[in-house]
Design a protein around this ligand. Sequence first.
Ligand SMILES: *Cc1c(COP(=O)(O)O)cnc(C)c1O
Length: 379
Amino acid sequence: MKFSTKAIRSGQEPEAEFGSVIPPIYQTSTYVQKSPGEYNGYDYTRAGNPNFTNLEKTLASLEEASFATVFSSGLGALTGLVSILVAGDKVVAVDDIYGGTYRLFTKIFNKFGINLELIDMQDLDKVEQSLSQKTKMVIIESPTNPLLKVIDIKKVTGLAKKYKVLSVVDNTFASPYFQNPIALGADIVWHSTTKYISGHSDAIGGVIITNDKKIKEQMDFARMALGLNPSPFDTWLTSKSLKTLAVRMDQHQKNAFAVANFFASHPKVKKVYYPGLSSHKNYEVAKTQMKGYSGIVTVDFNLSLNEVKKLISSFKIFLLAESLGGVESLVNHPGIMTHASIPKEEREKKGISDSLVRFSIGIEDTDDLLEDLKATLER
Ligand SMILES: *Cc1c(COP(=O)(O)O)cnc(C)c1O
């Protein structure tokens, strides 16, 4: 089956008793046992639930992999993953990693002896050097947030294999529709399903996807032992949303191209970041490993901080909010909002200036979005 068919049918069998086309929400904490220890797959929802299993089957098939384990959130999934490491292990990650990932390693896991090293993954010599030094796990994020750097997944995971380092790709920004990291050589795909996969800004969730049966067992164990389970309702909502992922992503991309092209020729714009533009510095890598360029556009304006603040608070359609990947267009100031935990000096070194704005382009009418941007900038 192809993508959209799998998104609609994989793991989503009609319910057997009444033929309900949509699987019901199994909103239960526990399950009746026939005799002590004898039960039909599920004993307690922290350990498992049919709604988790349904969503796991869909997500694994969309990433062309065998196994998935869903979690309470993207960071819940990362917590489960890191629980397979031991004190003294080193993790290498891309230098502009998602802020929450950075915070989890530097405020929590470091207390348990797990060390994080951030490197520029565009420099493959640096990657090889880091991977050869007792590294257990490498975390690639591509495209990155908010500068949309694209990392060569095939090359970095190839080096990881050479040094027997577990490779993980945070595929949240591309979604499984536009990028399949396991096919590019990754051991593990990680998503915050909160973003494009849920797509309607109404559920929080995460997933770890792999072809390795042992890792799948470790993830199921971690979820149960650490209490990292999602709710049956959130996983049901996510399954419902996933059915329209393909049509949503096509429209996100169509609108994002229109917005990126609009900004590219606007006099108040210093620089536009969108991996689908041939002017993007990683365009060639993006073109070979992605099937599309998703819906995030980042813009560096020719405006003062106060002007930028005024601009992004004045749109009619673009809502000023954190998060991304929903049907509604959002605008975010990384320096003040999503990336505020990074010290200003370090932020500016990375290119996250006070005039940088990240747009999550929704699936509204293209003309309405362009008109909102144009009119607000004029005002
Ligand atoms: C949101 C996000 C996460 C964390 O996911 P939560 O569901 O918010 O815990 C991780 N990585 C990326 C790239 C994200 O955008």
